[in-house]
Design a protein around this ligand. Sequence first.
Ligand SMILES: *[C@@H]1O[C@H](CO)[C@@H](O)[C@H](O)[C@H]1NC(C)=O
Ligand SMILES: *[C@@H]1O[C@H](CO)[C@@H](O)[C@H](O)[C@H]1NC(C)=O
Ligand SMILES: *[C@@H]1O[C@H](CO)[C@@H](O)[C@H](O)[C@H]1NC(C)=O
Length: 395
Amino acid sequence: MLSLGSLLVSTLLLLGNLRASFAKPSSYAVWAADSAITRGQGNGYDDYNDPTKPVVSYEHGELQWGLMRLYSETGNKTYYDYILDASNVIVYDNGSIISDYSFSDYSLDPVRTGPTFVYLYQKTRDKKWKTAADTYHTQLMSHPRTAQGQFWHKKRYPNQGWLDGIYMGDVFYTTYVNEFQPTNSSAYDDIELQFKLMYENTLVASTHLLYHGYDYSHTASWASSDRGHSPEVWDRAIGWYLMALVDIIEIWPAHRSDATFRTQLKSLAPAVAAAADPDHGVWWLVLSQAGRSGNYFESSGAAMFVYALLKGVRLGYLDDADGSLTAAASRAFEYMVANWVVDNGDGTMDWLNTVSVGSLSGDGSFAYYIAQTVRTNDLKGQAAFLLAALEYEKL
Ligand SMILES: *[C@@H]1O[C@H](CO)[C@@H](O)[C@H](O)[C@H]1NC(C)=O
Ligand SMILES: *[C@@H]1O[C@H](CO)[C@@H](O)[C@H](O)[C@H]1NC(C)=O
Ligand SMILES: *[C@@H]1O[C@H](CO)[C@@H](O)[C@H](O)[C@H]1NC(C)=O
């Protein structure tokens, strides 16, 4: 039986919770995370189309990368539990991954949920997470490659390397080898090779940016006659690549040189900072067509750039003696907060202006990129904003 006193206490607690749930947190990182959680984003289900359908989604892996950091910084177990629950949706107790994942597709995208499996194995020592991680590693070990050794982006895109694939495949590859094969030097060589090939096959000589991808066989309709690269520079592709660089340098073992990654980062990061629109301090969707009619400032790429620039400077991977990289990233962060963060008044924020997709499955043209749907609360952008905010709030 409830006493009047305990009823009163519960009522006061309830009111307190209600008030708390309407308050805007003092941290943008917390706000972005809590808003995603409130909406059920990244919970192992398809939050765009069918919230009852389990999906193996790289966006969830990206969000979890941010939640892991938020958990380690705040100690708030809500974040850990959210990661665990989402992963339990896509991995059975015996360690098999649900059928939304297809091994034989040889796609790098689902592999981006793998760093979470390694993380959960480290936290719980539950073998199911190792079994699930082994599946992705086995996929990589038989993954189709170009003659030079680059993983194909997917089996249905023969000989194509996309920048996105580095983030999807190689962050996992590194976390896996760190945990299970830490003395395997050929595995570390292989990871380095993935970055070397991607970089040299997509480098834009004039700007030091990177094209979205390349086709080593030069058969895709969009492949250039020299290196087979795609025609345009897409903001999010470089965003994925830059995030992969700073994340891999951070976890790279001390006994191995990380010079390949640092050298690439030292060239790419200032090139990205220099590519920001001078009047607004953020970046065009199609970086190679700045100011062209139909082009626009896109929010996921910007958030990824801010995260990578600030993290690279904070950890000393980038020399920022004159403060210009930090200034560029801070200016972009302030633009994001002013233009792409909306206070819903119910305790959550919306995140605007993230393009839903950018693929090299078509003609890779400017017209293609600008025609793709722009979404509110697209998790690729919102998770990147969480990561950017974690860095900005350390300044
Ligand atoms: C932990 O995070 C949850 C959800 O984001 C929030 O509701 C809760 O108040 C937080 N707990 C603490 C102790 O800060
Ligand atoms: C793992 O469990 C799932 C769900 O019970 C089942 O469908 C699958 O066949 C099992 N896999 C193996 C390898 O036993
Ligand atoms: C080391 O890594 C390579 C490449 O990832 C792999 O082919 C090989 O089986 C691994 N060797 C051991 C002993 O794990």
